[in-house]
Write a protein that binds this ligand. Structure first.
Ligand SMILES: O=C(O)CCC(=O)C(=O)O
Ligand SMILES: [Mn+2]
Length: 203
C-alpha cells in the first residue's frame, strides 16, 4: 500500500482547498478492492421525485454507517447498514491519512460513462455545519469537476477538472461544500465501471 506517498496536489477553488493523492492505494490494491466491492455490495437503484416525476438516478448506490446513522440526500432516505470488514479497513486508513473522523460512507457505482452525478454540494443538514469529505476512486478514470456556487466567483475561477484515477483519494476540506459544487459528467467513450466511496461524518 502506498499510504503517505508524495504524489499529492492541492487545488484552490474560491478560497476552498481540495487535496488529491493520486496514489493513495497501489494499482493492485485498488484493483482488488474494486473487485470485492463490485461483487459484494448489494447495489441499489434509487429514484428521485422531481415535481411529481419519479426517475431513476443515473448510477447505483449503497450506504454504510458505523453508528446506525440514517441519511437523506437528494430527498432519498437511506437506512444504515453496519460496516463490512473492507469498509472498516478503508475508514481506518482514510482517518489515519486525513486526521478527520468518519462514520459513514456513500458508495456510487458508475456502470459506464453514461452514469453520472449532477452538480451538487454535500451540504445536507444531517452533515452538520463543518463538513470534511474524503472520496476514494476505484476502477475507470473519470473527470471530477468543481466550480464556485457564487456566479460572481465563477468568472474568476471557472470549472476545475480533476482526473480521478483508480486508487486516488480526494479530500474536500470545509468550507468546500458551502462554497462550491461538484459533478461527474457523462463520458460517452468510457465503457467500464467506476466505484467511488465518499466518507462522511454524521454528527
Ligand atoms: O463519484 C464521485 O467522485 C463523486 C460522488 C459524489 O459527489 C457524491 O456521492 O456525493
Ligand atoms: Mn458529492
Amino acid at each position: 500500500m502506498d499510504l503517505f506517498s508524495s504524489n499529492q496536489e492541492t487545488f484552490q477553488i474560491d478560497g476552498c482547498e481540495i487535496e488529491l493523492d493520486r496514489s493513495f492505494l497501489s494499482h493492485e490494491t485498488a484493483k482488488s478492492y474494486f473487485e470485492t466491492l463490485h461483487n459484494e455490495t448489494p447495489w441499489q437503484q434509487e429514484h428521485i421525485n422531481f415535481m411529481g416525476k419519479v426517475s431513476p438516478i443515473p448510477r447505483l448506490t449503497y450506504w454504510y454507517s458505523k453508528e446506525n446513522k440514517e441519511y437523506i440526500y437528494a430527498g432519498i432516505k437511506v437506512k444504515p447498514v453496519p460496516y463490512t470488514e473492507l469498509i472498516s479497513k478503508l475508514n481506518t486508513l482514510i482517518q489515519e491519512k486525513t486526521g478527520y473522523e468518519f462514520n459513514s460512507v456513500l458508495l456510487n457505482l458508475y456502470r459506464d460513462g453514461n452514469d453520472t452525478v449532477a452538480w451538487h454540494a454535500d451540504d445536507e443538514k444531517g452533515l452538520g455545519e463543518y463538513v470534511n469529505i474524503a472520496s476514494l476512486s476505484l476502477g475507470a478514470e473519470r473527470v471530477f469537476q468543481v466550480r464556485p456556487k457564487d456566479k460572481d466567483s465563477l468568472g474568476e475561477s471557472p470549472i476545475t477538472n480533476i482526473e480521478l484515477n483508480s486508487g486516488s483519494m480526494v479530500v474536500m476540506h470545509h468550507p468546500t461544500q458551502q462554497k462550491t459544487l461538484h459533478q461527474i459528467p457523462r463520458r460517452k467513450n468510457i465503457d467500464h465501471p467506476r466505484i467511488n466511496l465518499t466518507f462522511r461524518f454524521i454528527p
